[in-house]
Structure formats: C-alpha cells, structure tokens
Design a protein around this ligand. Sequence first.
Ligand SMILES: [Zn+2]
Length: 406
Amino acid sequence: MRMTKGPTARDRVAISALRGLNWVSRAAKRGEGTVIGGRAGLVISPNLLATLAKGRSVVLVSGTNGKTTTTALVATGWGGDVLTNATGSNMPAGHVAALAAAHSEHVALEVDESWLPEVIAKVQPRVVVLLNLSRDQLDRASEVRQLAERWRNALIDIRDCVVVANTNDPLVVYAALEATNVRWCDVPTPWQSDARSCPRCTLALEHVNETWFCSCGFAKPTPLTTSLREGLEIDGETIAMKLQLPGAFNEANAAMALTALREVGVDLSEAVQRMNEVSAVAGRFTFRTWEDRTLRLLLAKNPAGFEALFSALAPDNSDVWIAINARIADGRDPSWLYDVGFETLRGHLVWCLGERRLDLATRLEYAGVDFRVVDDLALLPRLDQPVELIANYTAFSEWLSRSVPC
Ligand SMILES: [Zn+2]
C-alpha cells in the first residue's frame, strides 16, 4: 500500500492563489482564467497536479485529433458529476485549474500529446485513451515518432491503469504494446500517412484489407476488445449507437470513449444513450446562422482532421466553404495544405475563405477541384440548404463569433 498524503501547507497556498487568480481573471473578463491560475498554482507547488488528482478516478484522453470530442463523450457518457477541462486547456496548468474547481470523484481530462507522459506520472489515471498520432500543422513526422517513443516509455511502468488504444494507428500500437493492461480497439482510421514505415524497424508496413504488418513481426494486435465494423461490439456486447455527431471518425471516438467507461464500471447501454444526445462539442458540429445562411461549423487543424471531415461530407456535390488562416495558433506555415487529399473534393465547388485563401486556392488548382476565391464575404452565395464550413483553428473562432446559434 502506498501512503496517501493530504495537501501540504504549500499545496493549500497554491490552491488559494489559483482560485483567487481565476476569480480576478474572470472578473476582469480576461477569459476563464484557467491557465493563469493554474500556472501560478504550479509555480508555488510543482506537485499540485498529483495532490489534486489523488483519490479520484481519472480518465485521460490524448491523440492528435478527436481528443476534445472524445473527452466530452467520456464525461457525458459517464453520467452524474464528472469534472472535465471543458475549455480545452489541455496542459498541466489547465488540469490543475479544473481539478481545483470542484471535488468530483470522476474526472475526464483531455491531454496535449506532448504533455501526456508527465500527466500520466502525476495523476496516476485509471484509464488512458490513445486515439491517434499524426503530424499537426507542419510536417513533423519525425516528431510524431519521438512522441510515440515517449508515450511508450511512460506506459511501460504504469500500474493499476488500463490503456485503451487504436489498433489501426501503428504509432499508437507501438506506444501501447508494452503496457500491462491494454484494450485494443479496431476503429475506422482513415489517415495512416504518418505510419507508412514500421515504428520498430523502419521497413515499410504492409496494409492488406483491414490489417497491417511488418516483416519484423510488428503487426496489428489481437485479441480485440472493441470492434467497429458492421456495428459496435465491446467485449462481446453489441451496442446500438445512434450519434448525432457526424462522421465515422466520431463513431470511432465514441467507441473508444465507451471502452474506457467500461473500465470504470459504467453501464454501456446507459452511457451510449447519453452520448447519443450530444450534438455539439465546444461549438464544433453546430448549425449556426450567419447573414440569413445556415452553416455547419467544422474544425480541422491538420491533414488527418481534414480527411476525416471529407469522409463525412454528403455525397451530393454540394458546395463546401473552407476557411484557412496561418496565425501562430494555426502554425505560420500553411504548406501542410499539400498533405491534405483535396482531390476527394472533385465534383464539389469550394469557396476559399480566410487569410490564406490564395494558398488554399492554389492547392485546389493542383487537385483539380473547382473553387472560388472570396475576397469579400458579401459576395458569398445565398443558400437553399445548410452549407458545411470547414475551418482551421483561428478561422473557426472567427466564424464562431461571426455567427449565432440557429
Ligand atoms: Zn518492422
């Protein structure tokens, strides 16, 4: 038995400082204040995250894409009083701020990929959900491999914890393979461009039908706990999922969220009913009104995110609006647009928006996709039906504030 210590005097000072700063920040309308207060708390007491997490049942969710949605599905599916970092502050400062705000026993935290090893070490989670690993914004494929290695090292020694891992992402498999307790999830994963070569030996991976393998023996693991093929099955239990959230990628997120909830003793038939009610997450997937038009706002920040959304577009050749910025939060270099398979959009007419609309238009030209460059929003067409608007990070925020809920 490990001795559990309560908060030290230093921890209590840190928590008070954190709450005070958050209150001041909110009063001054400087946002939720979560990061400011959390940073201050961690400066005063570097071990604050461990102290605040102690004794709670924590599920961590990480991956390049889908972590905000999956964390929201875990929290909603769990039911009852669940603490989560809903503002998307997914680094330790955000985690301590969320944990200091309430005493809930059940906690679902979204974790930035690069912070996951440290957060695992501090909070000693019950479950860690590993969704996927792909390049984000810029070509950082080598960094993605380093991340997989760091995840692997963090998971090797972890005890009393279950890892819920996606079998169709070889980098995730590489990271999870040495963990003691793994629940493998066979869920649709359209993007595998960052795992063409074996994470173990660097030879080319072979993808055949629904499996993959390397000549060195590294291969898609079995047995599977969760399968999302003809329907959803978790450990032999068939689950009827009817999500309001669009796309196969959200079904994959929900399947992994349910697999995690099973490990903390949640009844899955009740959990899936709660998940089915979710129609939007942090403004994403919502229908909004702008200048008498109805838009469905979709966020995508990197090639894998774009391709997941393309696969969810209606097959009716409807117009698509795409808004691209390249500010600091988006990544200054928009060359990642060349890694997105825009060829899929042939047959659609794409309206190019955002500060980097010309970069987008150039990419669409090469892809053989019809497009219009929109220099003045007043020139956007009237619409008979809702249009899908896909935007990257800061462009998404602009359209969220520009539009209102339907
Ligand atoms: Zn290999």
